[in-house]
Design a protein around this ligand. Structure first.
Ligand code: 3PG
Length: 305
C-alpha cells in the first residue's frame, strides 16, 4: 500500500525519517510530494495512494475526486478546516487530525509574538513588560492551556473563555474562567485566539469585541485568519491608535493594514506556529502511526468525519 505525504510546507528531515520508518515497518511504501507549486502535482500523486498525510494542504473535493484508492487522510496538526470532510465522507474516506501534537510550538510562538510587540519589534526604544498584564484566552484547548501556563510564568493574570471546558478545570490550573466573551475582551490587555475556523467562528472577531479592549491592547492570532472580521479590525485600528495586531497568518488586507498602521501590525512571512523540529516529529509520526493503524487494523481514533 502507498502512503503519500503531500506537504507544500515540508516537515523537517528528522520527521520524514521517522515517518518513513513507521510506513516501511508496516510494509507500506512512502511517496513524498514536498514543496509542490501546482495542485495538479497533488492530483497526480494522490491517484494511487491508499493513505494521505498533509499539513495545511487543501484536500478539496477535486483532490478527493483524483484519489481512486484513498481510504484515509490525516491532517498532521490540529485544525482540519483544510479538509473537505463532506467530499471525504461521500467517498468513504476516513479523515483524522493529530490533536495536541504541535501545541507547544504554537503556544511558544504566541508568547514570542507578544514579547515582540511589547518590545517594539525588538527595535531600540522603550517597550513594556508582560508581567502584571492580563491575558485573555479564547478557547481553552490544547494550545490555549499551554499559552496560559507560559503566560503565568511571565507573571500575567490569565483569563479564559471556553463554553466547552468546565470552569473548575480552569480554576484548578490557575486560570480565571470568564463566561461572557465580551467581558473577556473588556478585561484583556492581550487576547490570544485559539478557536478553529468553522461556520460559527468565521469573521466572529469583530468590532463589538475588539473595540472594548483596554487601552494599548494587542490581539494575538495563532489560529486562523478567517476568524477575524478584517473590515472591523481595520476600523478599530483607525479609531484606536493604541491598538495592535500580531498574527501568524497574514490577513488578506495585510498590505493595507501595514501601510496605514505600520508596526502596530505584524504578520509572520509564512505560518510558522508548528514549524519546530519537535512539532514536526510529534505531528508527523502521530499521523504516520494513525494512517498505518487504520490501514492495518482499522483503528479510527481521532476520526473527525
Ligand atoms: C495546526 O492546525 O495544527 C496548525 O495551524 C499548524 O499548521 P501547519 O501544519 O500548516 O504548520
Amino acid at each position: 500500500m502507498k502512503i503519500l505525504v503531500a506537504t507544500e510546507k515540508p516537515f523537517a528531515k528528522v520527521a520524514i525519517d521517522g515517518i518513513r520508518q513507521i510506513v516501511e515497518a508496516a510494509g507500506c511504501e512512502l511517496i513524498l510530494l514536498e514543496k509542490y507549486t501546482d495542485v495538479s502535482q497533488l492530483y497526480d500523486a494522490v491517484a494511487d495512494a491508499d493513505g494521505l498525510i498533509v499539513r495545511s494542504d487543501k484536500v478539496t473535493a477535486e483532490v478527493v475526486a483524483h484519489a481512486s484508492k484513498l481510504k484515509i487522510v490525516v491532517r498532521a496538526g490540529a485544525g482540519y478546516d483544510n479538509l473537505d470532510l463532506a467530499a471525504c465522507s461521500a467517498k468513504g474516506i476516513v479523515a483524522m487530525n493529530t490533536p495536541g501534537q504541535n501545541s507547544n510550538a504554537v503556544a511558544e510562538l504566541a508568547l514570542g509574538m507578544m514579547l515582540f510587540m511589547a518590545r517594539n519589534h525588538f527595535q531600540p526604544g522603550t517597550g513594556t513588560e508582560l508581567k502584571g498584564k492580563t491575558l485573555g484566552i479564547q478557547a481553552y484547548g490544547n494550545v490555549g492551556r499551554l499559552v496560559a501556563q507560559l503566560a503565568k510564568g511571565f507573571g500575567m493574570d490569565v483569563l479564559a473563555f471556553d463554553p466547552f471546558v468546565p470552569a473548575d478545570k480552569m480554576v484548578a490550573e490557575g486560570v480565571t474562567p470568564i463566561t461572557d466573551l465580551k467581558e473577556l475582551y473588556r478585561r484583556s490587555n492581550y487576547l490570544s485566539l485559539h478557536i478553529p475556523a468553522n461556520e460559527q467562528t468565521k469573521k466572529s472577531i469583530n468590532y463589538d469585541l475588539l473595540s472594548v479592549m483596554p487601552k494599548g491592547a494587542c490581539l494575538v492570532n495563532t489560529a486562523r485568519k478567517e476568524v477575524i472580521h478584517e473590515e472591523d479590525l481595520m476600523r478599530v485600528m483607525e479609531e484606536r491608535p493604541d491598538f495592535k495586531y500580531v498574527s501568524d497568518i497574514a490577513p488578506d488586507s495585510l498590505a493595507a493594514l501595514q501601510e496605514k498602521f505600520g508596526t502596530r501590525v505584524f504578520a509572520t512571512a509564512k505560518k510558522m506556529g508548528a514549524e519546530t523540529a519537535e512539532a514536526n516529529v510529534n505531528a508527523g509520526l502521530a499521523a504516520a502511526n494513525q494512517v498505518v493503524g487504520f490501514l492495518k487494523e482499522g483503528v479510527d481514533r481521532f476520526r473527525v468525519n
